[in-house]
Design a protein around this ligand. Structure first.
Ligand code: NAP
Length: 345
């Protein structure tokens, strides 16, 4: 556009100089000045446009990297930053005895769950392994269809490689889908994370992540000292403690969020189940409070791993795919945030 104006001005000057026009000197000067002004306006507009484009691109980049990972409700899964697909609803094994853990794992896989969450410190990895074997042997699932998470306990951080081999052996698996460090421990959690990175290279672990990191700086301490971005962060999260800060922080790494104590934890569930907002949404959908809370986790972009040793509860907890919370119901649930944790760590 600037070039066009400059060419036009030149032509007018040539015509004027050649005497083929009636334009006087003053008019030509006015045209030239106007063209110059127009060019200046266009330059300013172009600069503004470039700045706007840069801002839009930058915003798009930010949105792209900070957008929460999308949950696929058809496949009931999310694609992790490791490239592996992870179910968004699983069953947790905390505080279950051996027989409870074996049965709950078996019932969970039989009734639709594909994700099981255990930990070395729960002392039931072997029992979980037996439950998995039963479900596979009876034809309910194949190894490839299920996703097993375990956690490395803090006292094992000084020899992470041995801890990984021991978990593999107790679970009776030749690879673990996801291993996470159970707690932040600045003295040696980076060493433990590096051991998990090596195990990924060795094919023993597929994805790795963290649990119980509640400050962005603490999470970044590990991220900045290691190579593989955590695929997942598992922290206490439920309607009274919604973990907004950490959820927002980890999005930049493509890290997915997972809620432990999704129902408030053993001994606390009635507090949430009887919450007026939750129970009235439940009756509107003809669902239980537990189902509404679990559905809320998923729609809020948090993987949920309720714990249960009761087959009927396990069936109920998996039956949350046939209803959806409205935007208004999601807003009412969000408003329940009190920053109240049920656990001390
Ligand atoms: N990373 C960590 O530090 C950490 C810490 C704690 C937990 N976790 C993980 O998160 C998982 C979940 O936490 P959690 O098990 O402690 O607590 P939770 O899932 O919040 O609550 C479990 C309680 O909910 C009850 N329940 C489950 N489904 C129910 C239903 N449909 N109706 C009524 N009651 C129901 C269970 O009782 P029944 O057995 O009778 O069904 C149990 O008492 C754990 O199992 C573990 O895998 C991780």
């Amino acid at each position: 556009m600037k070039k066009l104006l400059s060419v036009l001005t030149t032509i007018i000057l040539i015509i004027y100089n050649s005497g083929c026009t009636q334009l006087d000197e003053k008019t030509v000067a006015e045209i030239t000045t106007a063209a110059g002004n127009a060019a200046a306006v266009i330059t300013a507009a172009e600069t503004a446009l470039q700045t706007t484009n840069d801002m839009v691109q930058s915003k798009e980049r930010t949105e792209k990297t900070s957008a929460p990972l999308q949950f696929d409700f058809e496949r009931k899964s999310v694609m992790l930053n490791s490239g592996y697909e992870m179910p968004i609803l699983g069953l947790g094994m905390f505080s279950l005895s051996d027989s409870e853990a074996e049965n709950s794992t078996y019932w969970a896989l039989k009734h639709g769950f594909r994700l099981i969450d255990t930990a070395r410190i729960y002392g039931n990895e072997e029992a979980v392994g037996r439950g998995i074997k039963r479900a596979i042997d009876e034809g309910y699932v194949t190894r490839g269809e299920i996703f097993i998470t375990t956690k490395m306990w803090t006292s094992d951080y000084s020899d992470g490689a041995a801890a990984i081999d021991a978990s593999l052996s107790r679970l009776g698996l030749d690879y673990i889908d996801l291993m996470i460090l159970h707690h932040s421990q600045p003295s040696n959690d980076v060493d433990a994370y590096k051991a998990m990175e090596q195990a990924v290279r060795d094919g023993k672990l597929r994805s790795i992540g963290l649990s119980n990191y509640y400050e962005p700086e603490d999470f970044d301490r590990v991220v900045n000292a290691t190579t593989i971005k955590p695929a997942l962060l598992q922290n206490e999260t439920h309607p009274y403690h919604q973990s907004g800060l950490m959820k927002e922080h980890i999005a930049q790494y493509g890290t997915v969020f997972e809620s432990w104590f999704p129902l408030g934890g053993r001994g606390n569930t009635q507090t949430l189940f009887n919450d007026e907002t939750i129970s009235s949404i439940a009756s509107a959908h003809k669902k239980s409070s537990a189902q509404v809370i679990l559905r809320w986790h998923l729609q809020a972009g948090q993987i949920a791993i309720p714990g249960s040793s009761n087959e009927q509860h396990i069936i109920e907890d998996y039956d949350i795919w046939d209803f959806e919370l409205s935007d208004e119901e999601m807003r009412s649930m969000s408003a329940l945030e009190t920053d109240e944790r049920f656990s001390w760590y």
